[in-house]
Each structure stands twice: as C-alpha cells, then as structure tokens.
Design a protein around this ligand. Sequence first.
Ligand SMILES: Nc1ncnc2c1ncn2[C@@H]1O[C@H](COP(=O)(O)OP(=O)(O)OP(=O)(O)O)[C@@H](O)[C@H]1O
Ligand SMILES: [Mg+2]
Length: 245
Amino acid sequence: MTGLKCDKISMKFGALSAVQMVSFSLNPGEILGMIGPNGAGKTTLFNCIIGILKPTSGKIYLNDADVTGMKPHKICRMGMAKTSQIMQPFMTMTVFENVLVGALHGAQLKMGQARRETEKVMELVQLTEHADKLSNSIPVPARRRLELARALASGANILLLDENMAGLNPHEIDEALKILKKIRDSGKSLIVVEHIMRAVMGISDRIIALNYGAKIAEGFPEEVVNNEAVIKAYLGEKLSSLKVA
Ligand SMILES: Nc1ncnc2c1ncn2[C@@H]1O[C@H](COP(=O)(O)OP(=O)(O)OP(=O)(O)O)[C@@H](O)[C@H]1O
Ligand SMILES: [Mg+2]
C-alpha cells in the first residue's frame, strides 16, 4: 500500500513503556489527528516513525518499504518529514534561507530549482512577507509556519506535525487550519498531534487516541471524542460541553 503503516510499535526507556504496541495506517491525502494526555507517548511515537528513535519493537512501512530504524535524513528523502514541538529554526539565518536548507538538503534540489521551490512553499504557507527577516525576529505564528515550510520544502509527501498550533490564538488557529487544508489539497498526507480539540476536530478525517503509550481509540472524530475511554483518560467530559480554545 502507499502511505504509512505502523505495525505494533513499542518504545521503552528503561522500565518505562512510552509507546506500547501501537498500530495504525495513514492513507494518501488523509489528515489523521493524534490526541492524548501529556506523556501519552505522542512525540515518542513520532520520533520512532521519523527515525530519531529506533523503536524497541515493531515495524514502520513507508510506501511498502520497511524504514524501521532508518536515519531521519534517509526517511526524509523517502518522503516523510516532521515539525518539532519545540521550534528549532536556524536562528541566525533568514526565513528564506531556513526554508532553502530544506529544499537543498531534504529534496536535494540544485540551487536554482531549490530557490523556486522555496518561493512556492513560502507562498503556500504565507511567509513571503517575512522572507528576508531573521528567523528569530518573526512572531510565533509565523515561526510555526516556518517549521511547516521547512518540512514541505524537503519534498515530503507525509508530514508529521507535533503541536504546530500551540500558543496560537483562536483567529490564528483558523488561519493555520486553512493552510493545513491547502497543504492536504496539494496532495500531502498529515498526522497532526494537537491538544487544541477545536483544531483537531476541525481538520481530522480520522483520530487516534493514546494513553500511557497505548492506542485506546481510533475512528471518525465524533466517534473518538464520544468514546468513554477517551473521555476518562483525556477529555474529562463530552466535547459538546467542553469549552475549546
Ligand atoms: N528520551 C527519553 N528518556 C526517558 N523517558 C522519556 C524520553 N522521552 C520521553 N520520555 C517519557 O516517555 C513518556 C512519553 O513522552 P512523550 O513526550 O512522548 O509524550 P507526549 O504524548 O508527546 O506528551 P505531551 O503532550 O506533553 O507533548 C513520558 O513519560 C516521558 O517522560
Ligand atoms: Mg509531545
């Protein structure tokens, strides 16, 4: 199959099972939301998928190829990239140069083509006005979009977004959701880890929920947020009665 398939991924840190036998797949063109309380294992699972960590057991298939334990730069060149929960731009470089790095080293384009790709990506994520600014001088929402732009410029078809909307106000979240939908419509698949339920509900085709490293629910957004185990572990009450930011 095309897309991403995770088969019984487990990750242990000493005695701690941070991820426990998690299986799921991501279909082409799909947006999969991933939710769960702090410490549920979402970032750890992303790090296993993208090659930052080697899972203790389990297999990861990208377009049918076994990529388990492969290095992140190789996985990136095979079409999958991640944005970080903690923003990590190259601070002393401009926004344009930051994105260009993705196009040169991720997609391995020649300079002329890399510059054109960078311009295209910056347009898509509405960063053009910030192109010549230093990356540490732009506001937080633009820095979030810079993370996205770098991942996109690497040529990846599958993007893993780890709390890319954290710290945004409701209006900025709406704008971010529009951009994510445009990215999906351009042919990409996304996994979106997010605590902002309005954002997850507004964008996900399906959602999976983790708790203590294990998958406790998977399905359409309405099914998952009404799942008793998810309410108990994470939401605390039914979403209809939750005030979501
Ligand atoms: N490198 C590590 N060494 C030891 N324990 C770790 C390491 N990374 C994560 N953990 C532990 O693994 C568990 C899962 O953490 P993880 O960061 O994946 O959770 P998360 O779902 O991303 O949480 P959050 O919503 O707060 O970002 C936690 O108990 C965490 O303390
Ligand atoms: Mg995390």
